[in-house]
Ligand binder design. Structure first.
Ligand code: BG6
Length: 489
């Protein structure tokens, strides 16, 4: 390991007054501090454009904790200790002259973690300012939040700009899905058990489904979201990372190089969906008026305040062209204002090759085994198996599908469920990039996504309407049902 792996005593947080800092980053840092995970004497230098002093910022941070941390964890002594760690420096990141004050606040340490939770348009001037102020040395790591571009070319431009000052091993690209407990559990499940691996291939698996459905709409992010759409907001990053973890070969070790080497191979093996296949392998939708949480809600265009062709729903049928996954479809779907909030990976195994229950009702009852890994709203892993229904049936066995459940909340009742960013912040501060996304992964992701978008343009595909509170356009059901597959709702 390089020096970059030493724990940083200081975190420099850009975008410190933003929504992400408020909802996720400050509560995560507090959670780490309360459980004594932060290094001795750790300090946070928060920065944003708003002019205020450290006391005023600490008051904002206290409000963020009150709003987003369970009240029983907010013991006054812990809150006071945490707030005491924070200094605030106002900075206009477009101007070079403010960075000296930042360096003064950081102090003499050479070891620093920086988190950029700002618009990518500020990355260039921020990175130049950091370098000029001596805040980009060999022991400085840089974490970057999405959106890192809107296509391959813009993502390359951002990555080039960053690489100019921060080499890849010190660049930590955040995909918060990798900080989720169940996502890491997928790795534990696949490679910590002997049961699944022999079946984890085209011979044992019929298809894979990944659903990330949300009930929320635009959430006042109209300008950002309308320029992105569901494909780039959710599939390009979070869903393709899930695909990569489900499909990758066993890494040599659980370390940054080994895991990411395997993931990128999967991403490069994704069969392009382009103008030739986009109409049969993708469905796009945009929500109209409907209901959410029992209340009537407006359609996307009304929420946005103008007509738009941005997709708020996308369903895809993907293939991974390699030995392991030959012929196994991966059905992916995500959308806003859908029926429920649910993130789930379903692995459907092959049917038994032959039913011994011939003629009996049991044969008709036989269903393939499914492994359902649920990320949200609750975290659990469920394996469905066939079992005999109890009773003295005289017309042959009666079978029923029953779940073997590992409700993680029950299995680990004594362990607090953490925010995804707690894990990622701790890894950034400690210098472990395993759960961050490497440049080659991001570029493979964009390459696949750009071809889909290009296909939509060439074929003039525009979103089909769906009612808020539904499961998306009916064509999405057709996408799977054509292959005899039903979405797991
Ligand atoms: C973000 C997207 O990356 O992920 C949002 O920009 C989306 O549109 C969010 O709502 C979903 O994250 P989670 O953790 O709530 O599933």
């Amino acid at each position: 390991m390089t020096n970059a792996s030493a724990s940083s005593p200081v975190l420099l947080l850009f975008g410190a007054t933003g929504d992400l800092a408020h909802r996720m980053l400050l509560p995560s840092l507090f959670g780490l501090d309360a459980d004594d995970f932060l290094p001795e004497g750790f300090r946070i230098v928060a920065t944003a454009r708003s002019v205020m002093d450290s006391a005023a910022y600490r008051a904002i941070a206290a409000e963020a904790l009150a709003a987003h941390v369970d009240a029983d964890r907010l013991q006054p002594a812990l809150v006071a200790r945490f707030l005491d760690r924070i200094d605030y420096v106002a900075l206009d990141a477009t101007k070079a002259d403010g960075f000296g004050a930042l360096a003064t606040a950081v102090g003499s340490t050479q070891s620093l973690s920086i988190f950029l939770s700002t618009a990518p348009s500020l990355f260039g001037s921020t990175i130049a300012g950091l370098a000029a102020a001596g805040l980009a040395g060999a022991n400085v790591r840089l974490a970057l939040e999405k959106p890192l571009g809107h296509d391959l070319a813009s993502s390359q431009a951002i990555n080039d700009q960053v690489a100019h000052v921060f080499p890849e091993e010190r660049t930590f690209r955040v995909d918060h899905y990798l900080g989720k407990e169940t996502v890491q559990n997928l790795i534990a499940l696949r490679f910590g058990n002997v049961l699944f691996e022999p079946l984890w291939n085209a011979a044992g698996i019929d298809h894979v489904q990944i659903t990330v459905s949300e009930t929320v709409g635009l959430e006042s992010r109209g300008d950002y979201y309308d320029g992105m759409g569901a494909l780039r907001d959710m599939v390009q990053n979070h869903m393709l990372q899930l695909v990569a973890l489900v499909a990758m070969e066993p890494p040599a070790r659980f370390d940054a190089a080994s895991v990411r080497d395997e993931k990128v191979k999967v991403l490069r093996s994704l069969r392009p969906i382009d103008a030739g296949t986009v109409e049969t392998c993708s469905v796009v939708g945009q929500y109209g008026a409907g209901a959410a949480g029992g209340q009537p809600v407006a359609g996307y265009a009304d929420e946005l305040g103008r007509p738009s062709n941005t997709e708020t729903f996308v369903a895809l049928k993907a293939h991974i062209d390699n030995w392991r996954w030959k012929g196994v479809p991966f059905y992916l779907r995500t959308g806003k204002r859908l029926a429920t909030r649910q993130s789930e990976i379903t692995i459907e195994f092959k049917a038994v090759p032959h039913s011994i229950f011939e003629g009996a009702k049991a044969s008709a009852d036989l269903k393939p085994n499914r492994l359902i890994i649920r990320l949200q709203p609750d975290e659990n892993i469920r394996l469905t198996i066939m079992a005999k229904t109890p009773g003295l049936d005289r017309d042959g066995l009666h079978l029923r599908e029953v779940p073997l459940d590992i409700g993680l909340a029950n299995a680990f009742a004594d362990v607090r469920r953490r925010i995804a960013y707690e894990r990622l912040m701790l890894d950034l501060i400690g210098g472990d990039p395993t759960l961050f996304v490497r440049r080659d992964e991001v570029e493979a992701q964009w390459t696949w996504i750009d071809a889909i978008r290009d296909g939509w343009t060439k074929k003039g595909m525009t979103p089909r309407p769906y009612g808020a509170g539904s499961w998306g356009p009916s064509a999405a059901i057709g996408l799977a049902e054509r292959d005899g597959v039903s979405w797991h709702d």
